[in-house]
Design a protein around this ligand. Structure first.
Ligand SMILES: NC(=O)c1ccc[n+]([C@@H]2O[C@H](COP(=O)([O-])OP(=O)(O)OC[C@H]3O[C@@H](n4cnc5c(N)ncnc54)[C@H](O)[C@@H]3O)[C@@H](O)[C@H]2O)c1
Length: 354
């Protein structure tokens, strides 16, 4: 079965999806939609001779094209809700880029509608498919009961985007939603119980302060510590700094159990396993996923994401990353943003009562 794809939003991420899909047999990109002429040209150039594309300015026209089986939504975060409302009127399969939405009400609406949707709705939280993460998950049984998870991301500032949409909380949901939903998803994936309480401290101290867009200064935070308590006593911590480029690793992840500890890095090809009883540690080589044909900006994870989505569609399986995962990841991001504003911890049960 050949699947026909339509891509909505062909900026940086839309074009990364195109590069991935070009390398997958039995896939055809038949249309793209983007209001920006330059982005439509990027899509055409990225496709090259591989596909004959229909180009639309308005995504609603793309959605009326009957031969499209799968739609990739890679437009700015604040546009996801209106595009999903239209997509839910069709029965097309969807890969919706993270973060699912920029606020709680919209995320609840997408989650509810996804349960009735005929096609697969998959959320683009592809960090799960990175080799260091897969390797860590494969060895999780060797550290006993999980107690603590620490994720550090020290990286470069946000890149420039089409129309600079990523400079404002209103359009992104805030840094802890836009960027960090990936890490909250990993926490929810690795920690067996549910998050119950969150405290965050953060600010915009360095980045984008001298930029102006329509007279407005960007308001997105660039550093934060976030602490999360889980129901069975596990704890997670995020240490984010976005004025810390040029380090050896972008992400460092430590998962600690009562018998030992797992540590890894992204990018990285080593997993360190510590055994308390034996008072020893050993290094495990991380094997790259041999299926990866396009490494892209996400260490091959977006390519694996597409392979898994295609298998899910073809076999009629449940998505590996669904709207519940998308929702849970941004709830933590939104609650962390709220905690920074309020200067106090947030109980997630209360936060969800709106
Ligand atoms: N999964 C990941 O790791 C990852 C990485 C980067 C970006 N993203 C997500 O992908 C999405 C796009 O980010 P980006 O970095 O490509 O941004 P970008 O600014 O480079 O591209 C966005 C494109 O969407 C277009 N657009 C705006 N409104 C639109 C609409 N109504 N319909 C169709 N197109 C529209 C813009 O003109 C632009 O070409 C965001 O949701 C972002 O969070 C995900």
């Amino acid at each position: 079965m050949k699947l026909n794809y339509g891509i909505i939003g062909t900026g940086m991420m839309g074009c990364e999806h195109i590069r991935n899909l070009k390398k997958i047999p039995d896939v055809k990109i038949v249309a793209i939609a983007d209001p920006d002429e330059r982005s439509r040209k990027w899509a055409e150039d990225t496709c090259g001779d591989a596909f004959k594309l229909k180009l639309y300015e308005d995504y609603r026209e793309l959605l009326t094209q009957e031969d499209i089986d799968v739609v990739v939504v890679a437009s700015p975060n604040f546009t996801h809700i209106e595009i999903m409302r239209e997509l839910f009127k069709t029965d097309k399969h969807v890969l919706l880029e993270k973060p699912m939405c920029t606020n709680l009400l919209d995320a609840m609406e997408v989650l509810e509608k996804s349960k009735e949707h005929k096609g697969v709705v998959w959320v683009g939280l592809e960090y799960r498919f990175m080799s260091p993460i897969q390797s860590l998950i494969n060895h999780v049984n060797e550290i006993g009961n999980i107690k603590m998870l620490s994720i550090r991301e020290h990286r470069f500032p946000f890149l420039e985007k089409v129309d600079n949409w990523n400079r404002f909380n209103e359009k992104t949901g805030g840094t802890l939603v836009e960027k960090c939903c990936h890490f909250f998803d990993l926490m929810n994936l690795m920690i067996p119980s549910k998050p119950i309480k969150i405290y965050a401290s953060g600010d915009q101290d360095v980045n984008h302060l001298d930029e102006r867009y329509d007279g407005k200064t960007p308001d997105i935070i660039d550093n934060s510590f976030v602490l999360i308590d889980y129901e069975d006593g596990e704890r997670a911590m995020l240490d984010l700094c976005m004025f810390a480029e040029a380090g050896k690793y972008e992400q460092e992840i430590v998962l600690t159990g009562d018998r030992g500890k797992l540590e890894t890095h992204i990018p990285g090809n080593e997993l360190l396993l510590t055994n308390r009883k034996e008072y020893s540690h050993r290094t495990i080589e991380i094997k790259e996923d041999s299926r990866v044909k396009e490494v892209g900006f996400h260490h091959g994870a977006s390519y694996i994401e597409h392979l898994e989505l295609i298998e899910c569609i073809k076999k009629g399986n449940q998505p590996l990353v669904d709207c519940q995962n998308g929702f849970d990841s941004i709830v933590l991001g939104l609650a962390a943003q709220e905690s920074i504003k309020a200067g106090e911890s947030i109980k997630l049960n209360d936060f969800l009562k709106i």
